[in-house]
Design a protein around this ligand. Structure first.
Ligand SMILES: Cc1cc2nc3c(=O)[nH]c(=O)nc-3n(C[C@H](O)[C@H](O)[C@H](O)COP(=O)(O)OP(=O)(O)OC[C@H]3O[C@@H](n4cnc5c(N)ncnc54)[C@H](O)[C@@H]3O)c2cc1C
Length: 298
């Protein structure tokens, strides 16, 4: 997590629990991207350094669900959605294996599963070549990675390595030609023991062509995806959900019509995504300019 995520988690009420949930605090990252390796600090406030940190996903998810329940949400787990249908552009009912759920507003936060888009046949617009991120965890010791994570880019792709907690490290590799095989490990982790099989995720930059309707919103990765070098995936999923919540509230309170809420959300998120794409292109161009023969054109 970039340090910028912390104030948002505090705003949501997770403040006192972050230090217990987080690990691998670091004041910046090592970057070898279109030039020699150098340390990029996150900055500081009155001499107190900002710190990035890692969150172990199942623990973070549990903490967030607990917060929602404490705030009065009726949390139901293990419910499979079977169908969602629009009625005059709005969605009133969601059919599940445990009955039909009726709601005034539907917010889809199903990540790369993109449940709502599949049900409504909403297409996605790609803004990069196909990018697959392979990632995994290794156990053991790697002293060079103990102080801070590192990103290094080259002609064929980029690699991220980080210490998550004592004895546990994580890596992500995006190979522009998707040539990485299942046994691939970053050089610095060679000889360490993989915790599980290498996993993969499609991180092609893309955005849904409809991001909201009269009473529904797509948030986080369900709405738009960038590759992990954006370092804002989690932040974006939280902020889009907060925005969807505010707009749903404004609609229910009669301050906005459902169509105004949908179009504000759509325009806001599309604009944010376009700015991110522009920034990401500049970032990749740094690599391209310094790496003759680089095989990606973003
Ligand atoms: C290799 C890799 C490294 C990354 N590193 C970073 C990083 O360092 N920092 C960062 O900020 N971002 C990172 N990201 C991006 C980040 O993980 C995502 O952007 C973020 O998790 C998106 O959050 P989300 O809530 O939208 O979706 P998700 O995190 O995918 O959550 C979706 C949830 O919905 C559930 N779900 C799906 N379908 C249904 C259904 N029908 N019913 C009920 N539940 C359902 C899923 O089980 C899941 O729990 C990385 C991504 C990858 C692939």
């Amino acid at each position: 997590m970039h340090p910028g995520v912390r104030p948002i988690l505090e705003q949501l009420g997770l403040g006192g629990r972050i230090d217990a949930l987080a690990s691998g605090f670091h004041e910046g990252i090592w970057s070898e991207w279109g030039g020699p390796a150098h340390f990029q600090s996150f900055g500081s406030d009155d001499g107190v350094p900002w710190q990035g940190f890692h969150l172990w996903r199942p623990d973070f998810d549990t903490a967030m669900l607990l917060l929602a329940a404490e705030a009065g949400a009726d949390v139901r787990r293990g419910v499979a959605v079977s169908s969602i249908a629009e009625e005059h552009g709005a969605i009133r009912h969601v059919k599940t294996d445990q009955g039909t759920i009726t709601a005034r507003t539907l917010i889809d936060a199903s990540g790369r599963v993109r449940h709502l888009a599949r049900q409504l046949d909403v297409p996605y617009r790609s803004r990069s070549p196909r990018l697959i991120a392979r990632y995994g965890y290794v156990k053991g010791s790697c002293p060079v990675r103990d102080e801070a994570p590192k990103i290094s880019g080259g002609r064929d792709g980029w690699t991220w390595t980080a210490k998550i907690r004592d004895g546990l490290y994580q890596w992500t590799r995006v190979d522009f030609n998707d040539m990485a095989n299942d046994n691939w490990l970053p050089t610095e982790f060679q000889g360490m023991a993989p915790l599980s099989r290498t996993r993969g995720a499609d991180v092609t930059w893309r955005i849904a062509e409809r991001l909201a309707g009269p009473n529904w919103f797509m948030t986080g990765d369900a709405a738009a995806t960038l590759d992990p070098t954006s370092s804002r995936g989690v932040l974006k999923s939280i902020l889009t959900a907060m925005m969807a919540g505010h707009l749903a509230d404004a609609t229910i309170g009669g301050r906005l019509t459902p169509l105004q809420a949908a179009s504000s959300y759509h325009d806001w998120l599309l604009d944010w995504f376009d700015k991110d794409v522009k920034q990401m292109k500049q970032f990749y161009h740094l690599l391209q300019d310094a790496t003759p023969g680089m095989s990606i054109d973003v």
